[in-house]
Write a protein that binds this ligand. Structure first.
Ligand SMILES: *[C@@H]1O[C@H](CO)[C@@H](O)[C@H](O)[C@H]1NC(C)=O
Ligand SMILES: *[C@@H]1O[C@H](CO)[C@@H](O)[C@H](O)[C@H]1NC(C)=O
Ligand SMILES: *[C@@H]1O[C@H](CO)[C@@H](O)[C@H](O)[C@H]1NC(C)=O
Ligand SMILES: *[C@@H]1O[C@H](CO)[C@@H](O)[C@H](O)[C@H]1NC(C)=O
Ligand SMILES: *[C@@H]1O[C@H](CO)[C@@H](O)[C@H](O)[C@H]1NC(C)=O
Ligand SMILES: *[C@@H]1O[C@H](CO)[C@@H](O)[C@H](O)[C@H]1NC(C)=O
Ligand SMILES: *[C@@H]1O[C@H](CO)[C@@H](O)[C@H](O)[C@H]1NC(C)=O
Ligand SMILES: *[C@@H]1O[C@H](CO)[C@@H](O)[C@H](O)[C@H]1NC(C)=O
Ligand SMILES: *[C@@H]1O[C@H](CO)[C@@H](O)[C@H](O)[C@H]1NC(C)=O
Ligand SMILES: *[C@@H]1O[C@H](CO)[C@@H](O)[C@H](O)[C@H]1NC(C)=O
Ligand SMILES: *[C@@H]1O[C@H](CO)[C@@H](O)[C@H](O)[C@H]1NC(C)=O
Ligand SMILES: *[C@@H]1O[C@H](CO)[C@@H](O)[C@H](O)[C@H]1NC(C)=O
Ligand SMILES: [Ca+2]
Length: 580
């Protein structure tokens, strides 16, 4: 709750005292006055002449999954700082609400892929809750410049400073500078509490965890979505589907795997108690659905053009055929996850009902057959981050086996353990500082397996509460860290293949209520955001409870199901070290 002193002060400034307008304070000179003083952060020097300020009125945002539609005014402020003796320049951007809308809150935001920010798209998520919202360029050259383009100085020569900035340093500086700037901008006193938050997904989810694991006092709470952490495993895992097709010697037409996904959704949809096109229980699907039953199903897809986003995909011809035993084998192997040549589990994969995004093949019109198409997320990681050569993908996967993938994982795990791996499981300092985390992950994510989030949650649970039983430690952990799997949802997004699934659009509000009013969320506020049921409310269960629609699909419950829980947990026995 807000301190009473703040409420009194607000009443005064709104009434008797002069209430500043956005235009009065959204000026270069006012912003320069509010900059953190020299020496405030050791090793960082802000350049006051770099301050650029612009008031923006009636900005409107809509259709974003991280906040509701809204119209608002804000002050856009950017400035630059440098690190002593490093000869660099880091740009930060803060959006500040109008003084009468400011609610003593600050929000840091992150990026996706190799971007450390999300352009401006995450910033409204703070403004609409009365928070100053910040983003950084990481020192990479501009807000549009991604880390991977500055990481190599030459073949064989890495820019290690940029790695540490991307790994965790830049977001930390963004928060520390942003909080002080906010306090001074809004005339807050030492005694006024500034609530500090984070919201990000994918790489942004990893960035969130990078801070929670290291800087106990940085935020009061964080929303971390589908984090791209356990980085070595996560990036190499993008090549696993390709290596499955190569190893089995069968390159499925894209349409065949799409058909397998559609049929899996149809078959597993009712297992959650409600036939609504959503596989809310991919665990039951994994346990009970026999994918071999799909052999012989006819499929058809029209021709499609090549596309360049989010990464290059080749054009496809019209495809007619029937699901083959080979295609089903590819799908089954992918879902089982990577094992080495001795059969030991190296990593896990996507849930059944998720799209096979990593398994794209390409059509060769000369030979009339389907061929390997190398996944550039995985391959670009191998070239730039393992081989240290400036190439965005590998020409082929000749000689690459499951054991090669395991070796690549181990090598990148060691190399990036202290920067990108981001699975430090001891969060004692954060917990003791009173921090809260809401962690969410789409259950049909086709880019980062939701089992990855469960594994980290379980690592934190067992490291933090080694003497408690599963139930008791789960309850203890839920005092300050809760994980939610979003039924049917894709990677940081709703899923067009399961449109009736819910999405928690107001999670930051839920976090604010937990931090400021001590209202702990039993469920997340899920709402259907597309299709014929748009607007319907559907609560999202907290792990380890799982959703089930009882009373013939009319009543949603969060239930305890040991077999389902167990299906999410893997013994990664290919490694001697624990994999958090
Ligand atoms: C913002 O929108 C409101 C309502 O539509 C309008 O009255 C106001 O003039 C607009 N302000 C600016 C600066 O455009
Ligand atoms: C972000 O918003 C500011 C105004 O607030 C604008 O000047 C800038 O161009 C925007 N950046 C992008 C990438 O849209
Ligand atoms: C890497 O390759 C890109 C595209 O070919 C080029 O623009 C860039 O300058 C290269 N960077 C280095 C460090 O060689
Ligand atoms: C902060 O205080 C100064 C001096 O009283 C005043 O001019 C300014 O408008 C105040 N800022 C805000 C955001 O209220
Ligand atoms: C899969 O289902 C979607 C609708 O959910 C449809 O648009 C698509 O054509 C289907 N694909 C195949 C291969 O049947
Ligand atoms: C799976 O389905 C196939 C074909 O329908 C059948 O031959 C096989 O016995 C089934 N496997 C199991 C474990 O039920
Ligand atoms: C593929 O199947 C569809 C529908 O079954 C049919 O309309 C189309 O003519 C077929 N195309 C080819 C190339 O066989
Ligand atoms: C298609 O196959 C031919 C014959 O094997 C080969 O020479 C060519 O490189 C292939 N094209 C592509 C785009 O891979
Ligand atoms: C760096 O390595 C890439 C990939 O092997 C190669 O294409 C490129 O020519 C090399 N650049 C230089 C400057 O040697
Ligand atoms: C753990 O709690 C669940 C209810 O949430 C209960 O069904 C289950 O029996 C408990 N397990 C043990 C070992 O106590
Ligand atoms: C739940 O989310 C919906 C959709 O964003 C929103 O309209 C509603 O106000 C939220 N409810 C609560 C209690 O926050
Ligand atoms: C259960 O729901 C389905 C679909 O809504 C309906 O067709 C069926 O009659 C219901 N069964 C019972 C026993 O109510
Ligand atoms: Ca369902």
């Amino acid at each position: 709750m807000r301190p009473a002193s703040w409420i009194a002060a607000a009443a005064v400034s709104a009434g008797i005292a002069h209430a500043a307008t956005l235009d009065e304070v959204c000026t270069t000179s006012y912003a320069q006055e509010a900059l953190p003083a020299d020496g405030f952060y050791q090793g960082v020097t802000i350049d006051p002449s770099s301050v650029v300020v612009a008031p923006v009125k009636n900005a409107s945002v809509s259709d974003d999954v991280w906040y509701p539609d809204s119209v608002f005014d804000y002050c856009d402020i950017t400035f630059a700082y440098s690190h002593t003796a490093r000869n660099d320049r880091v740009l930060v951007r803060y959006w500040l609400p109008a003084p009468n809308k400011f609610q003593n809150r600050y929000l840091s935001t992150g990026g996706g892929g190799y971007a450390i920010n999300s352009g401006n798209s995450s910033l409204p998520g703070g403004i609409i809750y009365g928070a100053v919202a910040g983003a950084t360029d990481g020192g990479f050259g501009s807000f549009d410049t991604q880390f991977d383009t500055v990481w190599l100085l030459a073949n064989g020569t890495a820019n290690w400073e940029s790695l540490f900035m991307f790994g965790y340093e830049a977001i930390h500086e963004l928060s520390v500078l942003g909080k002080q700037f906010t306090k001074q901008f809004f005339n807050m006193t030492e005694n006024d509490k500034l609530y500090s938050y984070y919201q990000g997904c994918s790489e942004g989810g990893r960035e969130g965890w990078s801070q929670v694991q290291r800087f106990a006092d940085e935020w009061d709470g964080a929303v971390t979505g589908a984090p791209a952490f356990r980085y070595a495993f996560q990036q190499i895992q993008h090549l696993y589907s390709n290596v499955v097709t190569q190893t089995l010697g069968y390159y499925p037409p894209q349409c065949e795997l799409k058909k397998i996904v559609n049929e899996t959704i149809a078959a597993c949809d009712p297992l959650d108690g409600k036939t609504d096109g959503v596989v809310a229980r991919s665990d039951l699907c994994k346990l009970h659905f026999n994918i071999t039953s799909l052999v012989g199903k006819p499929y058809h897809c029209p021709a499609s053009a090549a596309s360049s986003t989010p990464f290059p995909t080749p054009a496809t011809p019209a495809q007619n055929g029937t699901v083959t035993a080979e295609g089903v084998n590819v799908a089954r192997e992918i879902i089982k996850g990577l094992r080495d040549s001795k059969g030991r589990q190296v990593y896990f994969s996507y849930q059944p009902a998720a799209s096979f995004s990593d398994a794209l093949t390409q059509y060769n019109s000369t030979t009339g057959s389907w061929e390997l198409y190398v996944n550039s997320f995985g391959a670009g990681f191998v070239t730039r981050y393992l081989e240290l050569v400036n190439a965005s993908t590998l020409a082929n996967l000749d000689g690459v086996t499951y054991d090669t993938l395991k070796e690549w994982i181990y090598e990148s795990w060691q190399r990036y353990e202290d920067t990108l791996q981001t699975t430090w499981p001891d969060l004692t300092a954060f917990q003791e500082a009173g921090g809260k985390v809401l962690h969410l992950h789409g259950e049909s994510d086709s880019s980062i397996p939701p089992a990855s989030s469960i594994r980290y949650h379980e690592s934190v649970r067992s490291v933090m509460y080694p003497k408690l039983s599963f139930n008791d430690s789960s309850i203890a952990l839920a005092d300050w860290y809760r994980l939610f799997l979003v039924p049917g949802a894709e990677h940081c997004a709703t899923n067009s293949l399961q449109p009736n699934g819910p999405w928690p659009q107001t999670t930051l509000q839920t976090l604010i209520d937990w931090v400021e009013k001590d209202i702990a969320p039993e469920t997340l506020n899920g709402t259907i955001l597309q299709g014929e049921h748009v607007g319907e409310s559907q609560p999202i269960c907290a792990w380890p409870l799982r959703p089930y629609w009882s009373e013939n699909g009319t009543k949603m419950e969060c239930q305890y199901d040991q077999a389902s829980i167990d299906s999410w947990i893997y013994d990664l026995d290919a490694f001697k070290l624990p994999v958090y």
